[in-house]
Design a protein around this ligand. Structure first.
Ligand code: SAH
Ligand code: SF4
Length: 318
């Protein structure tokens, strides 16, 4: 249990405990010699610090598999871009109930993560490897189906007395949970929003992403437009390119018609194998087409294939 908010500690003692947890990054209360012995003993009971984890490494990527108290396993990934920037990809559920056809996480679902189980992932890398500068909620699970806990975790990530990671360095990716986007629009923070679109028409999107069965892309974009109107922030649309599924120039044409809106941008994602589809060979043509249409388009840099730590591959082997 790592979330200090669960404890009834206040005032200067709270500041001390926050410092010990998030700055000194202690992993054993015996090291907290600034606290009275009795309090340390209590904390050992109420706030155990040990994390049960295994690390898998591949060059600039580290994947941790964490074993939770009920024996559920979750995965989290540290991507080290350079000396200055390191991103942790955080999970928010054990599995995911949304069942997108291309995603390994979506094949099973157990439960939402607690706030401290979310924070534990960042704490682990901070303690034993490196303090991240950026956080993306793009690991296992759908953040907007665990809304309150994700928001609570973000507050602690953001808090100058805790992790002190700027809200602009934190991103949430949603598969398009409309109620969640609406709620998020009313949050008073600067956290970035990404939408997993992956198909440029309803028919195909409903096949690939069962979550989209109850609404249309038009409904989704209306909610995104409200978000942009209120926050004036850019929104990134993620588009996974799969061979002969959604990667033709006709698809690019349909996508460009949807994306010609202020503050929309597209991030093209190479498909990481989960068995069902093939990687597109058409990425360059697809990207060129979108760019010719004036759409701001980026391509996702790849991390962590060998250890199944890439997007969509989490939970492939556990
Ligand atoms: N549930 C949220 C966040 C977690 S998934 C969402 O779907 O947005 C994070 C990103 O990985 C999403 O954009 C998702 O679509 C993408 N992804 C899923 N499966 C993938 C795969 N096989 N290859 C590459 N990216 C994948
Ligand atoms: Fe869930 Fe996202 Fe995977 Fe879809 S892509 S199954 S929403 S984790």
């Amino acid at each position: 249990m790592f979330c200090h908010k669960k404890m009834k500690i206040e005032g200067y003692r709270l500041k001390q405990v926050q410092r010990l947890l998030y700055k000194d990054l202690i992993d054993n209360w015996d090291k907290a010699t600034v606290l009275p012995l009795e309090m340390r003993e209590e904390l050992k009971e109420s706030l155990p610090l040990k994390i049960d984890y295994k690390i898998f490494e591949d060059k600039n990527t580290k994947k941790a598999v964490i074993n939770l108290k009920d024996n559920s396993k979750i995965e989290t990934v540290l991507m080290e871009h350079d000396n200055k920037r390191a991103t942790v990809c955080v999970s928010c559920q054990v599995g995911c109930p949304l069942g997108c056809l291309f995603c390994a996480t979506g094949t099973s679902f157990k439960r939402n993560l607690e706030v401290d189980e979310i924070l534990q992932q960042v704490l682990l890398f901070s303690r034993y490897y490196r303090k991240p500068t950026n956080i993306v909620f793009m690991g296992m699970g759908e953040p907007f189906l665990n809304y309150e806990n994700v928001m609570q975790a973000i507050k602690i990530l953001n808090d100058p007395n805790c992790f002190n990671i700027g809200a602009r360095k934190i991103s949430i990716s949603t598969a398009g949970v409309i109620d969640g986007i609406k709620k998020f629009t009313n949050e008073d923070n600067q956290v970035n929003l990404s939408i997993s679109l992956h198909a440029p028409n309803d028919e195909l999107r409903r096949k690939l992403m069962p979550v989209s069965k109850g609404y249309t892309i038009k409904d989704l974009l209306e909610v995104v437009d409200d978000y942009i109107l209120k926050t004036k922030r850019r929104v990134m649309f993620e588009y996974l390119l799969m061979k002969d599924v959604n990667d033709s120039i006709e698809h690019a044409k349909q996508l460009s018609q949807l994306m010609k809106r202020p503050l929309y941008m597209v991030n093209l994602i190479p498909y990481n194998s989960t068995g069902k589809f093939k990687r597109s060979l058409n990425t360059k043509e697809f990207k060129d087409y979108l760019e010719k249409q004036g759409i701001f388009t980026t391509q996702r840099y790849e991390f962590g294939h060998k250890i199944d730590a890439a997007c969509g591959q989490l939970a492939n082997r556990i």
